[in-house]
Design a binder for this molecule. Structure first.
Ligand SMILES: [Zn+2]
Ligand SMILES: [Zn+2]
Length: 220
């Protein structure tokens, strides 16, 4: 069922977004309340999830940049195209400034997978369950951190400076490298073959990912 939803282009509609979001909030306030408890184990699990989410974002990005576009009309194929075509920064600028673009629908791409993790989390012990809750939540956020990095890149461009807007709290998180900093992500776009800095959540794992990519995956 989950993969059926991912394959369906209607998954990008607003009704899906509100359904997923409501389900998410419902699960958090009922099933997974204990993930919000401030304990030493939860802090460690949160940090591990923070690292793991960044690595997953890089793996997904490497896959989408390198897999073949099949034009089969699926959402996965639309994502492949989206990532491949978003490399010229002007293209992203047009997309972000298009008044019909609904950035929060981007979360629909990952919501079904993340909800799947949340459901599986019910069958494991509490420590692992909380780790999975943090991980799934962060996975939902990584397209947002990616888009905000691009919005901040626009702010540096004299052609777009008046049109882009980034909330101050997001700029602060970017400045301290807690979420993806614009200049860090810009290197991916400016690289000749887009072969560096694949992570789109915060990018702190990029040195390791870059090493693995250049050592073992360059021909992929
Ligand atoms: Zn890319
Ligand atoms: Zn990008």
């Amino acid at each position: 069922m989950v993969f059926g939803l991912i394959h369906n282009p209607n998954v990008l509609s607003g009704s899906y977004f509100w359904t997923y979001s409501s389900l998410w909030v419902l699960l958090m306030v009922t099933k997974h309340r204990r993930a919000f408890k401030f304990t030493k184990t939860n802090v460690i699990m949160f940090i591990l999830a923070y690292i793991m989410a960044d690595v997953i974002s890089a793996i997904v990005h490497i896959y989408l940049d390198h897999s073949t576009i099949t034009n089969d009309g699926s959402v996965l194929d639309a994502q492949r195209r989206g990532f491949r075509y978003h490399h010229p920064l002007d293209h992203v600028a047009k997309k972000l400034l298009d008044p019909t673009f609904e950035p929060y629908y981007e979360m629909n791409y990952v919501y079904p997978y993340a909800l799947f993790i949340i459901i599986i989390a019910n069958f494991v012990n509490l420590t692992l369950r909380n780790f999975m809750v943090y991980l799934a939540t962060m996975i939902c956020l990584f397209q947002a951190t990616h888009l905000y990095a691009h919005a901040s890149i626009l702010l540096e461009d004299p052609n777009y400076i008046d049109k882009a807007h980034v909330p101050w709290c997001i700029s602060l998180l970017q400045k301290y490298h807690i979420i993806l900093p614009p200049n860090h992500h810009k290197l991916h776009h400016e690289h000749k073959k887009h072969g560096i800095n694949f992570a789109i959540f915060h990018g702190l794992t990029d040195p390791l990912i870059n090493f693995i990519y250049t050592s073992f995956l360059k021909g992929y």
